[in-house]
Design a protein around this ligand. Structure first.
Ligand code: ZN
Length: 434
């Protein structure tokens, strides 16, 4: 584990808002009006307690009136779509053809990929995202550049080479053996790097663009290295039809991933809008997670994900921006869209539940619930200092502003494993004030 904070425990004073990890996945939130957050030299949280003068022997960085809270976790976004946010060129399949594939083809140029990778991590940092689960393009060099940028930024990231060997432009199509060899090489180079902050994920784009042999080889590689799997499922009706046309041997969409060995307890299924009760049952049995991408679903007109179907089966739900179909890197925008999505279905999510979803809930769904997602002793210190307007005092007001008025709440600082990652000008001294 890398230690870059000088080897000493550090303490931060501020208001503090955090979910409390609960085994039942409940939405309990703790608020301290004046708190001390102590971080050990190893980047782990040592203590979270009400502030008491003299209780900590050492320098305390006083961040009041900012609110300390866990960093946001974005469980689904696409690095090569950074520059095409807001391309309103149609529903999913048309949007892929018209906006996404031409842009992703540019990532064969590693110089271009490196440039955009820097923009990508800057956008994440400015938004208060400290962990991302991300798709690269199908180009190994671009994926390498993505990992380099994540490492440089000090972010926690799980990233994968997007696998496509059919039904896509020639510039993006990579045959199975070549793609699997490239993925294996990236696993060796990056999985576990950054002191464990970086992981490689097996990333078939979605069933229509992947042959059965490619999906089977991907599943083997995931098993061999115990890797997270991420893919899309049942985002739009036309995509569901294309999937069954391409894979007529499967009984439904989820069955495609299931039969090739990609439906596991380490699988993240993005969107999951048009699933049958049988498919939801299989997702639950396999202990896979779904990633809710409400802002993207609104933008592409894909439909409304029914959270109730997941909840009824205890399927873990992560939240994802799905940039570039999602219109913002800011997870607070996704929280707000999740509220709207639920309202459309007659359900009313509380700001507290939305906050939990974007932090501890997503950490649980991606398998990092014991590591990050809340500010509690023993967890890694991934946290933000957020400045709200002076009149926003109570915890309920803070949560309301966080979810629904993000422009009023500025992300002042971000830390990953106790290390300052934002702002972090080159050569800047440590942030401790005596
Ligand atoms: Zn996506």
């Amino acid at each position: 584990m890398s230690v870059r904070n000088g080897g000493l425990p550090r303490a931060y004073r501020g208001r503090l808002l955090t979910p409390l990890a609960a085994p039942d996945g409940g939405a309990q939130v703790r608020f301290l009006e004046d708190a001390l957050l102590v971080v050990g030299a190893d980047g782990l949280i040592v203590q979270v307690a009400p502030f008491a003068p003299g209780a900590f022997r050492g320098p305390v960085l006083d961040l009041r009136p900012a609110v300390l809270m866990p960093g946001f976790i974005d469980a689904h976004l696409h690095f090569p779509q950074t520059r095409i946010i807001g391309s309103a060129s149609g529903a999913l399949l048309d949007w892929l053809d018209r906006s996404v594939f031409p842009e992703e083809a540019r990532f064969r140029d590693e110089g271009y990929a490196a440039l955009v990778a820097g923009e990508f991590t800057d956008r994440l940092l400015a938004s208060g995202t400290t962990t991302c689960v991300v798709y690269s393009s199908s180009c190994a060099g671009a994926t390498d550049q993505l990992f380099r940028a994540l490492l440089r930024a000090g972010l926690r990231g799980i990233a994968g080479l997007t696998l496509m060997d059919q039904n896509c432009p020639e510039a993006l199509c990579v045959p199975r053996d070549e793609a699997i060899a490239a993925a294996r090489d990236l696993v060796q180079r990056w999985h576990g790097e950054g002191g464990g902050l970086l992981e490689f994920a097996i990333t078939p784009r979605f069933a229509p663009t992947c042959s059965r042999p490619l999906l089977e080889a991907a599943a083997r590689l995931a098993r061999d290295h115990d890797l997270l799997v991420q893919t899309h499922v049942a985002e739009s009706p036309a995509e569901c039809e294309a999937t069954l046309r391409e894979h007529p041997w499967a009984r439904d969409y989820v069955d495609v991933y299931d039969r090739v060995g990609l439906l596991t307890g380490r699988t993240l299924l993005a969107h999951a809008i048009h699933l049958s009760p049988r498919e939801w049952d299989r997702v639950a049995e396999a202990r896979s997670s779904v990633v809710h991408c409400p802002d993207s679903n609104f933008f592409l007109g894909s439909g409304r994900m029914r959270l109730g179907d997941a909840r009824a089966r205890a399927v873990p739900v992560a939240l994802g921006s799905d940039v570039g179909a999602g219109r913002s890197f800011d997870m607070r925008r996704s929280m707000s869209s999740a509220f709207d999505n639920a309202l459309c279905l007659g359900d009313r999510l509380t700001p507290s539940a939305l906050f939990v979803m974007a932090t501890q809930g997503t950490a649980d769904a991606i398998g990092l619930g014991r590591v990050i997602g809340s500010l509690e002793a023993g967890k890694e210190a991934d946290f933000l200092a957020v400045r709200f307007p002076d009149h926003v005092l109570s915890d309920s007001d803070l949560l309301n502003h966080l979810a629904f008025a993000p422009e009023t709440a500025a992300i002042k600082r971000s830390f990953v494993r106790g290390n300052p990652v934002h702002p972090r000008p080159p050569g800047a001294p440590p942030l401790i004030h005596p």
